[in-house]
Design a protein around this ligand. Sequence first.
Ligand code: SF4
Length: 462
Amino acid sequence: MLSVLDLFRVGLGPSSSHTVGPMRIAKRFLREARKSGLLATAARIEIELQGSLALTGVGHGTDKAVILGLLGFAPESAEPEAAEAAFQDTVGSRKLRLLQGPEIQFNAVKDIVYRGDLVPELHPNGMVLRLYSDAASSEPSFTRIYYSTGGGFISSARRLARPTKNDVIDDKGHSPYAFGSAAELLSLCKTKGLAIDELVLTNEDQRRPREKTLAQLDFITDTMLACIERGLVTSGILPGGLHVQRRAPDLYRKLKTGAGVNEREALFDWLNVYAMAVNEENAAGGRVVTAPTNGAAGILPAVLRHYCCTDEGEPIRSKSQRFLLVSGGIGLLYKQRASISGAEMGCQGEVGVACSMVAGGLAAVWGANPAQCLAAAEIGMEHNLGLTCDPVGGLVQIPCIERNAIGTVKAVNAARLALHQSGAGKVSLDQVIETMRQTGLDMSSKYKETSEGGLAVNVVAC
Ligand code: SF4
């Protein structure tokens, strides 16, 4: 089992697979080089981005993320302004201090190589890093290959090639209630007499004291809410050249002044404004939490803000903790049985998974039993199957920002449908996860975070 806390990572936008993952990879590479004693003699570095990382890397800010990782920044602690200044300084000066070690000459245009023509077999987000002791040599002194597997997770080639046992991976904590499928999760809940959040929390207890887990869940909640607050009041044009106007502040102003608040549809407006506030912050490179990815980061906070907080926006901890634990438990099923990477699954693996997680989590907040929570999660994914990833201009803006708003409303509706459902549905969560996986594998690579199909080719990026 993975930890639910692995799914909710604090980092900088706009992409967990193309920003958070590559930043972690760059830093890990230099740490390994230092361990091998080869960092001190480094004179040149080359980073090869492969597959989706190359095709949408510029729009997703992968170059910046890589440079920040090489400088020693970590996604969870990097401050957006300081990170931007360090990036500009490196590009401008053409000098790079590797992980507080040697300073080398660095030309971002030449030393970051984009190989969109290479799609690695193990995962479409491949990165090869090479260190040279002699700047003029073509023989690297230290080389590593990594993959950014979605949601900020990273893996070495060796680790990715290793088969998993009984669908359960990396169970460092020896979870007492390890589950590899929704059926196993439901059966454990029934036999142990536990709700999903109680079961997931007991698993987490094997990794750290309970108060630490709860404190981290509260930190995640607070970070999500802070992101919404920033997005609600920050106006302007998003970076990247598409000239997309931030819409959340204007809609928020209208809602605050009362226009339309008595309309029945005002619920949609509130959910939309919270989701868009987060995704506009994400598109601007702000601090967000992967849920389970950056591209899909708005759905979970929007529902958290609307259904787990007071009218003044103060979190009700009992609700927010349950919501995150159940959503996270469902997210683990997708991570373990399929993938949460847009480059592997299309947007069904990002917004679809977020919608499913949130539907299950919200059902739990509303008092649903475990079977109803999993039914909500099933409905949340069933109507996202086949959703493609085709970001215009390679930026995480169109369709991503609106898509999170739509996904939020869909998640709430899925939870409602499940609550009114009597008996088991015809489709199980395991079946729909497997269907998503197969659909993702069959989907043309044009629709998997390459910007080579769909809206990305039919909408002129200007
Ligand atoms: S279309 Fe979906 S999967 Fe693709 S970048 Fe946007 S949010 Fe992520």
